[in-house]
Design a binder for this molecule. Structure first.
Ligand SMILES: [Zn+2]
Length: 253
């Protein structure tokens, strides 16, 4: 399966997934239809699935524009988002199988950013929406810290280290600045900041391995992260409380 990264709007990412054997394609989080349609036309693929990671408008805004060209495409989202994503055809739940062409993936329910946030795992590619970012995680708009912490640690972190994580926004530079503030004694963060500049600022996809080394929200057990959180009132031996304190700090950063 070929994956195209499609930067759009201010800092959003959509992703086009191509099944070469069937000439069918899918999109994850359609923000702007125009650039997606142009690529589909250039590659002569037909769109058969739209995978939504959550209901926010900057991830679902151009579903209707895509459906005008590909009316048969199914629109997949978590069952609790069906009312909020009007064009939804295929409600899914944790563990469900999804597919397009001859490609098959699995749904992981990862509430926290929103109640209906889901990730899609195709082989070693995980599309995480706004649950995890490069060196960061999504804001807690609907869920609480315990939910988000569990989504990150119980659903995403246990996947193989080489799993590629395709996220919804390019926030990595700012997140790494924040990570330095939280854990100033971690040399991996400085190393990653240097690599990001060399890469021209585009940091998707990342990997589980890199996030475990540099993402403060996956490092609640690291002494530097714990100390910073404790200075903000967290309990050192309660990872959810450490996570919540760091998330709160990031909101004000
Ligand atoms: Zn969002």
């Amino acid at each position: 399966m070929k994956i195209d990264v499609v930067p759009c709007s201010v800092d959003n990412y959509s992703y086009l997934l191509f099944c070469k054997t069937s000439q069918k394609a899918a999109v994850v989080d359609p923000t702007e239809a125009q650039s997606l349609l142009k690529k589909l036309e250039a590659e002569k693929y037909s769109l058969t699935a739209i995978f939504c990671t959550h209901h926010h408008h900057d991830h679902t805004g151009d579903i209707d524009a895509l459906l005008r060209v590909f009316p048969e495409a199914e629109v997949v989202c978590h069952r609790t988002d069906v009312g909020r994503i009007k064009a939804a055809t295929t409600p899914v739940e944790d563990g469900d199988e999804v597919g397009f062409g001859e490609q098959f993936g699995k749904v992981l329910h990862t509430p926290g950013h929103t109640h209906g946030s889901i990730c899609y795992l195709f082989g070693d590619a995980l599309f995480v929406g706004d649950t995890l970012f490069g060196a960061g995680c999504g804001r807690l708009f609907e869920g609480d810290a315990a939910q988000m912490y569990s989504s990150l640690m119980d659903k995403i972190a246990p996947l193989p280290e080489a799993t590629m994580l395709y996220f919804g926004h390019e926030y990595t530079r700012k997140n790494l600045e924040f990570a330095t503030l939280v854990e100033s004694d971690n040399p991996e963060i400085e190393k990653r900041r240097g690599e990001l500049e060399l890469a021209g600022g585009v940091s998707t996809p990342t990997t589980i391995s890199l996030e475990k080394k540099t993402n403060p929200f996956l490092r609640t057990g690291a002494p530097g992260v714990k100390n910073t959180a404790v200075s903000k009132g967290a309990f050192a031996d309660d990872p959810v409380s450490v996570f919540a304190a760091i998330r709160q700090m990031r909101n004000q950063f």
